[in-house]
Design a protein around this ligand. Structure first.
Ligand code: SF4
Ligand code: SF4
Length: 720
């Protein structure tokens, strides 16, 4: 692990923690609201990004933010100088408490009893409203969403749409309760009332506080973007204007702000531009104070591993596409900032301990990273955070047993699976599923039965059935090492056998890799040492010269990407270059030969395809699988809604968060059912476990099959 400064565990955290304790609760109506929003966001985003090279633009923005972070102090000093020259008073606040005190002093110096606010998520971070309230200054929000949540004595649950969790009905009921007016449950009517009330507040306030989307160093200008225009009212009507902005908002030049403007509205709300973009240079009529808040950001800046967190422009795209956020919302998945990025910010700003529960609910699906306009590696950083949580707050006992005790020790792992196989008759049923867990553990398996261990592991079956056939092929196209992964080895050996047969028919000699854990599960849980041990053992034993073909995208991710990070060595790097998933390997090398082996037949079956998270988001291999499946079945894939949304398995995630896992699976099954397809094709044995189990518990008569099985069936013309 790279060196970095230690996390500060502030005690007690301020503002007081709102992270919930106990089991996660899934509220079906909130889930429906968030999912509808997400679908509409994705549609709008796609339209406004047409004609733009998103990848190139976000690379440019990420590089710009990195340069600005590199020169943070120099740029801040330049900003201060220029802003002072325009007549602003610039102050620096070390932390939230200091910022709050500065604001209170400004209020007292200018006789401010009422303040109106706009666009200041940072003031949520410092707990400003409560602080001012305790000292006799009333602070009123004017952004519609913020205003509504303040009216209901709640906290924002989304960074761009703070009241996203409330329906029109909820808002109308709240207005009735607070104003006594019966309001129609229609958005224009609700907005009209809110506007009337807010305008009264703005004209009665002596000070206005805004945040900043960017601080421009070359001319000391503040850029604020809003959709409601209230930022302009707040910064111009009251006699005192205060800007509270965190230090990472600094950009070198005006044209940099234009690059930000190209991406921010498109990724935040799916708009080409927000309705109001204001550049505020100097004070309008009274004094203008600019408070530059650090609040532990200098510590993030000093940490080479986590520094990129400060690239965040708070657009919320990561929330809008996060499968977990869509299930539990910002009330469960946040302290101040929400979702994966919120977890990282919470760890640094409010304390490592406080981020523990948040880190546990992240699937590490990497979907957010596909949409982030500043390319923050949120999932990988949450894994790194989990390592630090383990190191500084202690590892849970069951994880120590599973990862340090079993997965890092191949002999114990082998013995454990061997013992499970011996009692297979007791724990398993004829249909391949396990018997139900005891009632007190029902939350883990009632939403989908777990598989029973296979009679024989893949490597044993292979030796028994395959050696002669494999050696005959030896001279044709060379040797392929088949890395099955633990789930195929112990639960689904038929997938391994199918892959071996396909490779053999294509002219390859095949040998199975030793049945060892690749080290991914401990790595994902922040058990770096255990992961390094498991991976090193595999490296030592694998004895593979040519290509290595895997049947699990997660194992592939470990062998090709993470392995060389946990165990740096020339062997690890060499191995990484030779690893491919089964689909990638066949697609890149054998597409034509495969056509010759698969006689074209009439379209008889309908198929849909589920994108496994690592396969799509890390390995970018979904396209290859789709082509292969369509070829094998001579049938076009019927796309399900959001095929790249996690099915809820995610390894130990489904054990730690069965409620979220069950909700994600229910959504996946609903999307599958809507397609009407007979077959669900996929490339990950973990997703297969989850979706096959889900189909079973719902009584859905579907075939859930790995791409290798589908191709084998096509080659052998097996009937289903
Ligand atoms: S990795 Fe997945 S679950 Fe975690 S924050 Fe990103 S989108 Fe959400
Ligand atoms: S992490 Fe990326 S996607 Fe999420 S709010 Fe920040 S910039 Fe936007």
């Amino acid at each position: 692990m790279r060196e970095g400064v230690k996390f500060k565990n502030m005690n007690p955290p301020y503002p007081p923690l709102r992270i919930k304790r106990g089991r996660i609760k899934v509220d079906p109506s909130l889930k429906a609201v968030l999912q509808n929003f997400s679908r509409s966001y994705l549609g709008k985003r796609q339209i406004v990004l047409q004609g733009y090279d998103f990848e190139a633009l976000r690379t440019e923005l990420a590089e710009l933010k990195d340069r600005a972070l590199e020169e943070n102090e120099r740029l801040l000093a330049r900003f201060e100088e220029k802003a002072r020259a325009h007549g602003s008073i610039v102050l620096r606040a070390r932390d939230g408490v200091e910022a709050n005190r500065m604001i209170l002093k400004i209020c007292r110096d200018h006789g401010v009893l009422k303040m109106v606010k706009s666009k200041s998520m940072v003031s949520e971070e410092t707990g400003l409203n409560d602080f001012l309230d305790k000292h006799g200054v009333v602070a009123r929000e004017t952004d519609l969403g913020e205003w509504i949540v303040q009216l209901g004595a709640e906290r924002p649950t989304h960074m761009v749409m703070p009241a996203i969790h409330l329906t029109r009905h909820d808002v109308a009921a709240l207005f009735f309760e607070k104003t006594g007016q019966k309001v129609p449950e229609e958005i224009p009517a609700l907005v009209r009332i809110a506007r009337q009330e807010m305008r009264k507040e703005v004209f009665a306030a002596q000070a206005g506080l805004t945040g900043a989307n960017a601080l421009i160093a070359e001319n000391g200008t503040i850029m604020v973007v809003t959709n409601e225009g209230n930022g302009r009212l707040v910064s111009t009507i009251p006699s005192v204007h205060i800007v509270l902005a965190s230090i990472e908002k600094i950009l070198p030049q005006v044209e940099d702000a234009f690059l930000l403007l190209k991406l921010l509205p498109r990724t935040a709300t799916g708009q080409t531009i927000t309705s109001y973009v204001s550049f505020i240079a100097g004070p309008h009529k009274g004094p203008q104070y600019i408070i530059l808040l650090d609040n532990h950001r200098s510590e993030i800046l000093a940490d080479p591993q986590f520094r990129e967190v400060l690239r965040c422009v708070k657009c919320s795209a990561c929330l809008n596409v996060c499968p977990v956020y869509q299930i539990i919302g910002g009330d469960e998945f946040s302290h101040i900032y929400m979702g994966g990025i919120g977890t990282l910010l919470t760890a640094w700003i409010h304390g490592l301990k406080e981020s523990k529960r948040l880190a546990k609910v992240c699937l590490r699906c990497h979907r957010c990273e596909e949409y982030c306009p500043t390319k923050i590696r949120i999932a990988d950083l949450i894994t790194a955070l989990a390592e630090r949580i383990n190191a500084e707050t202690g590892k849970p006992l069951w994880k120590r047993f599973a990862f340090d005790g079993v997965m890092a020790r191949p002999n114990i792992q082998k013995a454990a699976f061997g013992a499970a196989r011996k009692v297979r008759r007791l724990i398993g049923k004829k249909n391949g599923f396990s018997r139900k867990l005891p009632a007190w553990m029902k939350r883990y398996d009632r939403f989908r039965p777990l598989p029973a261990p296979a009679k024989k592991p893949f490597t044993t079956l292979f030796k028994k059935c395959f050696v002669p056939e494999m050696s005959e092929n030896k001279q044709k196209k060379g040797m392929v090492t088949l890395f099955a992964g633990c789930l195929v080895e112990h639960f689904y050996p038929e997938i391994g056998m199918a892959a071996a047969r396909v490779l053999s028919r294509l002219g390859y000699a095949v040998k199975p890799a030793p049945a060892l854990c690749c080290g991914f599960p401990p790595s994902n849980a922040g058990f770096r040492k255990a992961s390094g041990k498991a991976f090193a053992k595999l490296l030592e034993k694998i004895d593979a010269q040519g290509p290595i073909v895997t049947l699990c995208p997660t194992c592939t991710t470990m062998l090709a990407k993470k392995g060389p990070e946990v165990k740096e060595s020339a062997e690890a790097k060499d191995l990484a270059t030779r690893v491919k998933t089964f689909s990638q390997f066949i697609f890149e090398n054998e597409l034509e030969s495969l056509s010759a082996l698969m006689p074209a037949g009439p379209k008889t079956r309908t198929v849909t395809y589920h994108d496994s998270c690592h396969h799509k988001n890390i390995l970018k291999a979904s396209g290859a699988s789709r082509r292969l499946v369509e070829k094998a079945l001579t049938s076009e894939i019927i796309e399900m809604e959001e095929p790249d949304k996690c099915c809820g398995f995610a390894g130990s995630f489904s054990l730690e968060n069965p409620e979220i896992s069950a909700a994600l699976l229910a959504d996946k099954l609903a999307a599958i059912e809507k397609t009407g397809a007979d077959i669900i094709a996929l490339d990950c044995p973990g997703c297969l476990l989850q979706i096959r189990g889900g189909c079973r518990s719902r009584g859905l008569d579907k075939r859930v099959a790995h791409t290798a099985e589908i191709i084998e069936d096509a080659i052998c013309q097996k009937a289903w």
